[in-house]
Design a protein around this ligand. Sequence first.
Ligand code: PEP
Length: 253
Amino acid sequence: MARVPFIAGNWKLNHGPKAAAALAMGLRDSLANRGDATLAVFPTALSIPAVLPILEGTGIHVGVQEINASQHGAFTGTNSAEMARELGCTYALIGHSERRQLFGETDADVRVKIDAAREAGLLPMVCIGETLQEREAGRVEEVVFRQLSAAFEGIEADVAATITIAYEPVWAIGTGVTATPAQAQEVHAKLRGWLATHYPAFVAEQTRILYGGSVKPDNAAELMSCPDIDGALVGGASLKAADFAGIVAGAVA
Ligand code: PEP
């Protein structure tokens, strides 16, 4: 079954409301209403209200970079999935390596945040990936399967198929060092194999597994041509509309 390519931009802690609005206008002008790809951006939470009205009706979805396990209450400084949905967000990014490494998010946190996203009507995009040390120790499979098992623990097949997986080797994020297509494809095939052994066939067939880690316009097409790479989660290169559009062009080529 052909999976529609999915390209998402993680703006991280960049672009306040004015710059985010300008970037959204650039994306609207270059990428609105494409039937050949799913597109989403994850602005910083403070810029989401500036971006949403610009992207409304363009088919470019907006997501929130971080959600709390609780929808409301005494949790100073975090985001509610329910409130992000109320604003108009579609996706929630969960388990990004920066959240895991800098903010101590665990596999168990990822699991409960998937529930929080779903309860609120947001589609989860779950990030997994090994560090350089883990790769050099030959532990890639062990690490990504551990992260995947924890994230999908107790998740029914019809729900599992709505989760997007982003494989992001930590050593490739923001470093300019991209995994080779062969390295990425090898892990993506294993992840799809994991889905196939834990769920009915349709889950592995439908689930989009994105690659993330220094994706740029000039390496996107080769990565996306791999059979199990269904798109990209893009950090740095998503901050310029032309670069993001170049990656989309590479993905659908
Ligand atoms: C990311 O933050 O998810 C990412 C992949 O960043 P970059 O594209 O800058 O490596």
